[in-house]
Design a protein around this ligand. Sequence first.
Ligand code: ZN
Length: 187
Amino acid sequence: MLLVKRLKEAVIVIDMLKDFVHGALKCERALKIIPNLKKLLDEARKKGIPVIYANDAHLPEVDLEFKKWGPHAIKGTEGAEVIDELKPQKGDFIIEKRRYSAFYETGLDMLLRELNVDTVILTGLHTNICVKHTAADAFYRGYRIVIPEDCVTTFTEEDHQWGLKYEKEIYGAEITTSSKIIEKWKK
Ligand code: ZN
């Protein structure tokens, strides 16, 4: 009998922080993904699928990213908090990062291994920046990548589409939707 390997998934929520939604680096388009993401996270928790927040937590003054973007998501400030609508729940994991990739100098890879995860569902901000760099690092480490296109976004539609295309073509990401993922979970 053929043994089919069961894939174990985790949902990674990238930078759904106050500064990125309505603060220093505000992105109007982020508002549109909140309900989709909320539903996906609720269903994941019901299914026992790990939810991992990867949050910018920059050091004041010194952080390299400020040269490019100006100060944002400074560790310990309100701007670095997850937006109220998507507040982490008991049992969720939180990873702090200081660069675009959720893997860079964080404990994410170790955590995913401990959870036996081989498939990362990437959500949050921004399709062409932190989601893209996290996808690159997931690819290098051999994870399968799934991106629900209605749970990621960026400042413009053009950059959003570019990001999705790149992630699909270069990292082999499966581009899907939150409702398709939830439908699959319910089977
Ligand atoms: Zn940042």
